[in-house]
Design a protein around this ligand. Sequence first.
Ligand code: NDP
Length: 257
Amino acid sequence: MTCDRFSLNGKTALVTGASSGLGHHFAKVLSSAGANVVIGARRIDRLSHLADEIAQDSGKALPVMMDVTQKDSIKEAFDKAEHEFGHVDILINNAGIGDPGDFLSMSEESWDNMMDTNLKSVWRLSQEAANRLIKHEKSGSIINIASILGLRVAPKLSHYATAKAGVIQLTKSLGLELARHQIRVNAIAPGYIRTEMNDAFFSSEPGQDYIRQKMPMRRLGHVDELVGPLLLLASDAGSFMTGSVITVDGGQMVNAL
Ligand code: NDP
């Protein structure tokens, strides 16, 4: 009975940035909870491979080439999703870039690209998803993958931390504005989880030192450790949650000064 509330049977979920890392894992998890999944990113070859993996596990996945910085590309992805599965109930705004760089030498291009990919994309996709849900008179859940760097700062990530802080404020604002339409908007703020975005750094000696000296649990997080919050927010188990930010960081936010 209690576990039924976590079921996503009959739902459709769209995951951005599903070609690697967290998004790739989220797509599989949402599928195993019963959802049809629409998997978006620019590297379509990787998405096709993921769709095959999901099909082998008896799930249904639709790979769609999507650039989250392009409005037309987003619209097209939603059109394809609706054609294949009907309206999108759950949107996971996960696509993002790292691109570290010193503030003093950072180009405007790097700043703009960060804001466009990591922040404005969340606004674009959420608006598309919410307007379609309202048109279909359906409730829905939007989950934004923020970061603890939206709450704290780190060197060489002024643009990233600013964009993720924006994602957190946008989550709260949309939680408020969309509540009357029964569309919930929440965020997960992960600490460091090893993926392609940070693998090179954490494999290096400075990265290993960081883990030993700065990570309270003396280890990185694993993608599986985000599954509980993801399913909670996506499903009816979180039906009275909106505007929330769930931190999953092995204690990084409460690290000693
Ligand atoms: P990865 O680099 O492994 O994955 C990033 C994904 O984003 C890829 O699938 C990439 O696909 C997609 N992407 C990037 N730009 C675009 C674009 N313009 N259009 C569409 N898709 C795009 O990183 P992670 O899995 O680690 O990161 C996922 C999210 O989690 C990000 O938002 C990140 O900021 C956040 N996060 C990650 C943490 C970590 O420690 N790993 C910690 C906190 C937050 P493609 O290149 O094929 O388009």
